[in-house]
Design a protein around this ligand. Structure first.
Ligand SMILES: [Zn+2]
Length: 132
């Protein structure tokens, strides 16, 4: 048992800016969905979780769902997004399938990762890419 869910720990989703203590919370609902995916597909590698306001990415994307915010969803101030490694078309498909089955309705598809979030302040039922 890890400290967030059965298979995920705070250290895996903590902010990696190097300027904070990495203690910012992540949405429990998001982690429940991610655990459901883990149960379906096995180990999942989180490449980015919470990003505090000091994180370099937060400076250019301050409204990102990775940045802790209180959305009034009863979870308090926490991050609402993770990026997970998704390399290869088969692996990407299995992760996407599991993400939709777990109830994610906001999905970003990168060349080597998936962005999954449960940010209720943004459009629901959307999938986007990161092509320039
Ligand atoms: Zn930080």
């Amino acid at each position: 048992m890890s400290d967030l869910t059965r298979h995920f720990s705070q250290s895996e989703v903590a902010c990696k800016c190097g300027r904070c203590r990495g203690g910012a919370k992540i949405s429990p609902d998001l982690m429940d969905k991610l655990q459901q995916m883990r149960d379906a597909v096995g180990p999942i590698r989180i490449t980015s979780g919470v990003r505090c306001r000091k994180h370099t990415e937060s400076r250019t994307r301050p409204t990102s769902s990775h940045v802790p915010n209180d959305l009034g969803d009863g979870e308090g101030r926490c991050g609402h997004a993770v990026d997970i490694a998704a390399v290869g078309s088969g692996r990407r498909f299995r992760l996407l399938d599991a993400a939709l089955a777990a109830g994610f309705v906001r999905v970003g598809i990168g060349s080597s990762f998936l962005h999954l979030d449960n940010d209720l302040s943004k459009s629901q039922g959307v999938a986007w890419d990161y092509y320039k």
